[in-house]
Ligand binder design. Structure first.
Ligand code: PGA
Length: 260
């Protein structure tokens, strides 16, 4: 598959923001700003908190809005005694397409490990959805020159044992932890070289076809000012956006700013 077939995916990760009522208002306003041409050029996914998924799904369906629904996390079992958890089957029933797995905030605050990330990736794929697998280094690891080995190791663990056809559909989000919510994005050179290393590792482990097909997002202080440049990089195929996805007008501005 050539790079031309990797349609850019811009994903809004709302984290713990917006009630279901805020979410409905957001989607209506956001959708109104985008044209058919914007949707043709860029795929967009919205990742509200679990409590707003059903409301967002209803608005997207009723108004036939071509925006993908996404979740922020998932449990790896289909069902069971796991108080407070949500399964991939439950998400799939809500027409969720993308599920963020292994976000650094979950690794940092909620004990997410490479092992749980790997189980979640399999569960998401088995339920017919697409994981957005987050990898990224902290400041200390970056200063020690360990970025590539760390993120490649995280990705290898996440995708171990996954069939090449499934790997080809996966989305990877390279999110340096020091860039998240800090206003200090990675330089395009750094984003490109890490994305290239990730793609190469997928090609080595899962075949060239998967390496070419897998989409790699950059995440960490993405704004309308740096998104265009990031998406122009040969190995960056989208963005995972936190802060700049919370306001409908601002997030729409990121997408409409990509018009030629
Ligand atoms: P940010 O967050 O855009 O606010 O830096 C990105 C993320 O954590 O996904």
């Amino acid at each position: 598959m050539s790079t031309l077939t990797r349609k850019p995916l811009v994903s809004g990760n709302w984290k713990m923001h917006h009630t279901h009522l805020d979410a409905i208002a957001f989607v209506q306003k956001f959708a109104f700003s985008l044209t058919v041409e914007d949707h043709r050029r860029t795929e967009v996914s919205l990742h509200p908190p679990f409590t707003a998924l059903r409301s967002v799904q209803t608005v997207l369906d009723a108004d036939r809005i071509p925006v993908a629904l996404g979740a922020q996390d998932v449990h790896w079992e289909d069902k069971g005694a796991y108080t407070g958890e949500i399964s991939a089957l439950m998400l799939a029933k809500l027409n969720v397409t993308y599920v963020i797995v292994g976000h650094s905030e979950r690794r940092q605050h909620f004990g997410e490990t490479d092992e749980t990330v790997s189980k979640k990736v399999r569960a998401v794929l088995a339920a017919g959805m697409i994981p957005i697998v987050c990898v990224g280094e902290g400041e200390a690891e970056r200063d020690a020159g360990a970025t590539e080995s760390l993120v490649v190791g995280q990705l290898r663990a996440a995708l171990a044992g996954v069939a090449p056809e499934a790997v080809a559909k996966v989305v990877v989000a390279y999110e340096p932890i020091w860039a998240i919510g800090t206003g200090k994005a990675a330089t395009p050179d750094d984003a490109q070289s890490v994305a290239a290393a990730l793609r190469e590792s997928v090609a080595v482990d899962h075949g060239t076809g998967s390496g070419n097909s897998i989409r790699i997002q950059y995440g960490g202080s993405v704004t309308a000012d740096n998104l265009g440049e990031m998406l122009g990089l040969p190995d960056v195929d989208g963005a995972l956006v936190g802060g700049a996805s919370l306001d409908a007008e601002v997030f729409a501005g990121l997408v409409t700013g990509l018009r030629g």
